[in-house]
Design a protein around this ligand. Structure first.
Ligand code: GLA
Length: 436
């Protein structure tokens, strides 16, 4: 097929498909099995951690009882390895009977009864990435209908064991098939990963019309190296990726690994901060039954969540890479506010960073800044005020910056900020910050 034919085909498909159906207006939040629990199907020797219905019920219980749900973490998402190797006599996918004896429908009911939503995994190809039955083109309708009939609310549609033409046909067809079920189902597409993640192979405008979110790049692993590789790729390609995001259409740099084994406390803060800047889905893959308090505090940080969930839905950008390996990230937010993240890529010691808001391209004016991880406010910042931050190695300082209140109008604005973040401001200045 020539490039023109492909463009025409895509244009035609986009006329018949519209995924802009009011779902996921802010990045989805929840929990997903893959990064932490992978394809562990050894329920005999590893009953607590294998992929089976109990694991998802346990996580649903934790989301509700440990305060996650009220913060917005609402999706419980099954990843690969839930299926039986065989479709049923009607050609429908079915769960492995020994690991999901109650079936997916019953699990969906359990999850819905707790005010949560259920996600499931399938693959546009002959097999899933772990070799379970795939969804070939002829199976798209039946699989969409099966998921809807079970009460599924989110589909992660992977792209292993396929080819570019089949992917190009299949992803829009699944979008159409999900729409046709009449059930609102958030649609996460892994298509970009399998075609290089960038234009011209990926048409992000079109993707935004058929999918709610999409994986752009390689899988995250439980390490700081993996996380840095992902952040660098997204930032190096931000001119292509950043404009693609908006309400109902999100880039997905992959799961939050906070609470696992690979990140220090500083690195965990960095992931939370950078995912908030990137307007990334906040989908944890960790063991909510065994989470230490530092991971819990970071993942439940209301201001970081509010920044991530900002209703304008504008993805942020890397602003600066300094020679001394400090990087600055920025995201515009509602109510003339913004978020700044100062990330240290150094590996020596806490380093001082001297700057001013004017140097970070802020307009003249008076500002206040709320330090997200120290729960403190910096007042009396003029755009030209020079300030100094101390940033830990592989750590961040994250600021929520808003115009200073000085009139009735800005008081209302400030009230809105408070409401948006569900946070009280006006705390003492953080110890590590000197406003010069
Ligand atoms: C791919 C995806 C992962 C996960 C696995 C499952 O690698 O990118 O997120 O779903 O498949 O096999």
């Amino acid at each position: 097929m020539g490039p023109l034919a492909v463009t025409q085909l895509l244009a035609l498909i986009s006329l018949i498909v519209a995924m802009d159906n009011g779902l996921v207006r802010t990045p989805p939040m929840g929990w997903m099995a893959w990064e932490r629990f992978r394809c562990d199907i050894d329920c005999k020797d590893d009953p607590k951690n294998c992929i089976r219905e109990d694991l998802f019920r346990d996580m649903a219980d934790r989301l509700v009882e440990d305060g996650w749900k009220e913060l917005g973490y609402e999706y419980v998402i099954i990843d690969d390895c839930w299926m039986s190797m065989l479709r049923d006599e009607h050609g429908r996918l079915q769960p492995d009977p020994s690991r999901f004896p109650g079936g997916i429908e019953k699990l969906a009911r359990y999850i819905h009864d707790r005010g949560l939503k259920l996600g499931i995994y399938a693959d546009m190809g002959t097999h899933t990435c772990m070799g379970f039955p795939g969804t070939t083109l002829d199976k798209i309708n039946i699989d969409a209908q099966t998921f809807a009939s079970w009460g599924v609310d989110y589909l992660k549609f992977d792209g292993c064991s396929s080819n570019p033409i089949e992917l190009m046909l299949g992803y829009p067809l699944m979008s159409k098939a999900l729409n046709a079920t009449g059930r609102p189902i958030a649609y996460s597409c892994s298509w970009p990963v399998y075609v290089g993640g960038l234009p011209p192979n990926v048409n992000y405008t079109f993707l935004g019309e058929i999918c709610h979110l999409w994986r752009n790049y390689v899988d995250i692993q439980d390490s700081w190296d993996s996380l840095q590789g992902i952040v660098d790729w997204f930032s190096n390609n931000q001119d292509d990726l950043q404009p693609a995001a908006g309400p109902g259409r999100w880039n997905d740099p992959d799961m939050l690994i906070i609470g696992n084994f690979g990140l220090s406390v500083d690195q965990a803060r960095s992931q939370m901060a950078l995912w908030a800047i990137m307007a990334a889905p906040l989908i944890m893959s960790n063991d909510l039954r065994n989470l230490d308090n530092s991971a819990r505090f970071i993942l439940q940080n209301k201001m970081a969540i509010a920044i991530n969930q900002d209703p304008m839905g504008i993805q942020g950008r890397r602003l600066l890479q300094e020679k001394n390996h400090i990087e600055v990230y920025w995201r515009p937010l509602s109510h003339s506010a913004s978020a700044l993240v100062f990330l240290s890529r150094r590996t020596d010691m806490p380093s001082l960073y001297h700057t001013s808001l004017a140097k970070l391209k802020y307009d003249a004016g008076n500002y206040e800044a709320y330090d997200v991880f120290t729960d403190s406010t910096v007042k009396g910042l003029n755009a030209t005020t020079e300030f100094t931050l101390s940033i830990n190695p592989s750590g961040v300082v994250m600021w929520y910056v808003y115009p200073e209140q000085h009139s009735k109008e800005t008081e209302t604005l400030h009230y809105q900020h408070k409401k948006a973040s569900q946070f009280a401001f006006h705390k003492a200045e953080p110890a590590h910050l000197t406003v010069l």
